[in-house]
Design a protein around this ligand. Structure first.
Ligand SMILES: C[S@@+](CC[C@H](N)C(=O)[O-])C[C@H]1O[C@@H](n2cnc3c(N)ncnc32)[C@H](O)[C@@H]1O
Length: 411
């Protein structure tokens, strides 16, 4: 049965099975960052950007869109994922990364690869295999498929990396602790953009390479709750400008340093905060607050599938389009108020008369198997397997428009 399953039959990115980096800076925060960087660059054309904790390079993309050239951008991180991208973008050999492939069969495969993009994609492929939890038939089938089709997967991703390199190529990347980047940031011609990790060991867990790769970077993951206050205070004494992404209400932050707030629901607020409010004001940057009023959520008038439900031949499986209000009701009921996770269209799956689950779909982009750019702004996107991942394309970072293309309501 497995042999006949094709990539598309896995239903794309439903469980984010072919995406390595899970997590991103929300679109509305990227929009405001783009706005700030553009104003700063217009005012000071020789300004440079430093992005510690660069993750999937989404903030770097904002800087590029705002007019910084790759030569004016430095980025750093401690993870193998970001370092693979960083080495490819900065033209450094993947073999210079501090890693070891542990299994002999993997080493043999790696030896057959020649380009840096293929080597980097191979490491990503190994990482993805370790990330997928073999807890269901669906996932086990996917792992088997992913293992068997390794050449195709690697070639596919390598092509995307080559495309991405056209956008990001020429920037400077280093493996570096954000604490060290902050300590040495004392140049007034540099703006540091920092979105530090918020959850303890979140990224260490995400990039676990267990038995397949050993990645030896001995820098402890930054932990927001324990460390942010000290690092923010340090930044107040620096000559460089800092733009800090803050992911929850912090009562001690001086109000004059807060330039942007997006409130999704009570106690779920994101901010941009700076160490130098006067520099932003001189560049003509205006403060902004947006909120997303809670919709009147309303469940479907059907019961949930009982735990002891048995599927029989008589079970009728249906899938129906439902409204955001109906679907988000279940998100909050089942997923403990995930907050700002939204989609463009929503669907509900029923087993006969019972509701089994909800799905949300982001409709943008996919325009055929060869498309690698956003159909709205023509920016490039990274394709892992058969789904396209927008990486902060221009329409996602254009000011005053959120990722769903709507203007957020100003407070
Ligand atoms: C919230 S993510 C950044 C997301 C990124 N701005 C984006 O939108 O793609 C945090 C990143 O910090 C990195 N990180 C964790 N501890 C670090 C440290 N001590 N120094 C530098 N980077 C670190 C993680 O590997 C992760 O990529």
């Amino acid at each position: 049965m497995f042999e006949s399953i094709t990539r598309s039959q896995f239903g794309g990115d439903v469980q984010q099975l072919d995406k390595v980096f899970l997590g991103n800076t929300p679109g509305v925060l990227r929009s405001y960052l783009f706005y700030m960087l553009k104003k700063l660059k217009d005012k000071n054309p020789s300004l440079k950007v430093n992005v510690p904790c660069c993750g999937s390079f989404a903030m770097v993309k904002c800087a590029l869109s705002a007019g910084f050239t790759p030569m004016e951008i430095e980025a750093s991180d401690v993870s193998i994922y970001s370092s693979i991208l960083g080495y490819v973008y900065s033209g450094r050999p993947i073999d210079d990364l501090p890693f070891q492939i542990l299994r002999e069969d993997d080493q043999e495969k790696y030896k057959t690869l020649s380009s840096e993009e293929e080597k980097g994609s191979f490491l990503n492929w190994l990482m993805k295999l370790e990330q997928i939890n073999p807890n269901s038939d669906y996932n086990r089938n996917y792992i088997e498929y992913y293992e068997k089709s390794w050449k195709e997967q690697v070639r596919h991703q390598a092509k995307q990396l080559e495309e991405m390199k056209k956008t990001y190529g020429g920037l400077t990347y280093r493996i570096s602790d954000m604490r060290a980047e902050i300590n040495k940031a004392d140049h007034e011609n540099t703006v540091l953009v920092i979105n530090p990790p918020a959850y303890k060991l979140g990224y260490t867990k995400m990039f676990t390479t267990k038995d397949r790769i050993k990645f030896t970077v001995d820098i402890p993951e930054f932990f927001w709750d324990d460390e942010f206050a000290d690092e923010f205070e340090k930044s107040l004494d620096k000559k460089s400008l800092f733009l800090w992404y803050v992911y929850k209400p912090v009562l001690w932050l001086p109000v004059e340093n807060v330039f942007f707030a997006a409130e999704y629901m009570r106690n779920n607020v994101d901010y941009w905060v700076t160490n130098r409010p006067e520099t932003l004001i001189q560049s003509g940057i205006e403060k902004k607050a947006v909120n997303y009023p809670q919709k009147d959520l309303q469940g479907l008038k059907v019961k949930q599938v009982p735990k002891d439900y048995e599927i029989t031949e008589a079970t009728k499986v249906t899938f129906k389009k439902v409204s955001a209000e109906q679907s988000l009701y279940y998100r909050d009921l089942w997923a403990h108020r995930l907050g700002n996770t939204r989609a463009e269209e929503y669907g509900s799956c029923f087993w006969t008369a019972w509701c089994l689950g909800q799905s949300g779909f982001i409709l943008l982009i996919c325009g055929g198997s060869t498309q690698t750019s956003c159909s709205r702004c023509s920016d490039l996107m990274l394709r892992w397997s058969d789904t396209l991942q927008p990486t902060a394309c221009s329409c996602a970072v254009s000011p005053l428009r959120n990722s769903r293309g709507r203007s957020p309501k100003a407070k």
